[in-house]
Design a protein around this ligand. Structure first.
Ligand SMILES: NC(=O)c1ccc[n+]([C@@H]2O[C@H](COP(=O)([O-])OP(=O)(O)OC[C@H]3O[C@@H](n4cnc5c(N)ncnc54)[C@H](OP(=O)(O)O)[C@@H]3O)[C@@H](O)[C@H]2O)c1
Length: 318
């Protein structure tokens, strides 16, 4: 079967199509004929080589979520799953493939009217957005700033904050056109990447996928008792003295936290993803698919990600 690996760290051209033996489901696994692969920010970060110090090696197959049809099951798995359309969380690797053997613990059946492409646009991103807001103890009536809102996680965070009764949902984004699209998803205020724009002076919650040099500036936008949760570092690490900044806010009792979906028990992740798929099937949550591209065009998909062209998810189709 065809797969895509990171042959060399660095530019998108380091991705290469390879041939692998088709997997056989072990006990507790299902074999999925993959129809849709979500291309995430984490895939491009791993491909760049930035996480080489965290155990990622050349030869890695990227991709953390797929959706498709179960074609067979291993021992101990309900045979009735055969033929079901499912979404699967593959961890930080292994998604860019034609077929995958996934743990039955990591799959979520799709509602009839949810496409596989929409499933991978919502799956991991919606789950991360849900738990990031929970980590921030977001409550109805509070104001929320979503930094880096045009990405797949930001798009889901905007929708969940709006549906959760936020008093205001401000977003940072790089263009008025993107701002308009985010307003249609529930944003009430649009700021540029530097935070300029017509929004509340302070926020109860900041959800940040960007980090980088400007993180302290956005931390300063927290209201007393405000909480900032960072889930990604698309602009790199914050300044080394950021900890001192947090301490200097002592009298406002502000909180800063990092959040990773890795810290959430598998069963809780599945419960949230299933609920969001149902919400999407009812039309209460929107999947934003930027573009469908064949698996062989993974290089193009990563180039578009690197060039900042993507709003929502690029979906690869084997
Ligand atoms: N915590 C977790 O469990 C978890 C799980 C999966 C992924 N992640 C991480 O989450 C991050 C976000 O992923 P994603 O797919 O939602 O995002 P993404 O599409 O990679 O980027 C989000 C948005 O950030 C803005 N942006 C990009 N570079 C920027 C810069 N230098 N300064 C300010 N804004 C910038 C862009 O929007 P504009 O051009 O409109 O500004 C972009 O659309 C990634 O780092 C990924 O590794 C975390």
């Amino acid at each position: 079967m065809r797969a895509v690996e990171i042959r060399t760290f660095g530019a998108p051209e380091g991705l290469a199509v390879i041939d692998l033996p088709a997997p056989v489901p072990a006990a507790g696994e299902v074999l999925i004929d993959v129809e849709a692969i979500g291309v995430g920010g984490v895939d491009t970060v791993i491909r760049s080589g930035a996480l080489a110090g965290f155990g990622f090696r050349e030869g890695h197959i990227p991709g953390n979520e797929v959706a498709g049809t179960v074609t067979s099951v291993g021992d101990g798995v309900d045979p009735a799953l055969t033929g079901r359309r499912v979404w699967a969380f593959t961890g930080e690797s292994g998604g860019y493939v034609e077929r995958t053997a996934a743990s039955a613990e990591k799959i979520v059946p799709l509602p009839e009217n949810l496409s596989t492409a929409d499933a991978v646009a919502i799956g991991t991103s919606g789950m991360v957005a849900h738990f990031a807001l929970a980590h921030a103890h977001f409550a109805p009536g509070e104001s929320v700033l979503v930094r880096g809102a045009a990405g797949s996680i930001g798009i889901m965070t905007v929708q969940l904050a709006a549906a959760g009764g936020a008093s205001a949902v401000a977003v940072t984004t790089s263009s008025a056109e993107r701002g308009g699209r985010l307003r249609a998803l529930g944003a009430t205020h649009v700021l540029d990447r530097s935070g300029n724009g017509d929004g509340p002076a302070e926020y109860d919650v900041v959800i940040d996928v960007v980090a980088g040099a400007d993180l302290p500036f956005f931390f300063d936008k927290l209201a007393p008792n405000g909480r900032m949760v960072t889930v990604g570092v698309v602009a790199g690490m914050p300044p080394v003295d950021f900890g001192a900044k947090v301490m200097a806010s002592f009298r406002k009792s502000l909180s800063f936290a990092a959040f990773s979906a890795d810290s959430v028990p598998e069963a809780d992740r599945r419960t949230v993803v299933a609920a969001q798929f149902s919400a999407a099937a009812r039309g209460e949550l929107r999947a934003v698919v930027h573009e469908l591209l064949p698996l062989e065009k993974a290089v193009l998909a990563h180039r578009k990600m690197d060039d900042g062209e993507v709003v929502g998810r690029i979906v690869l189709t084997p």
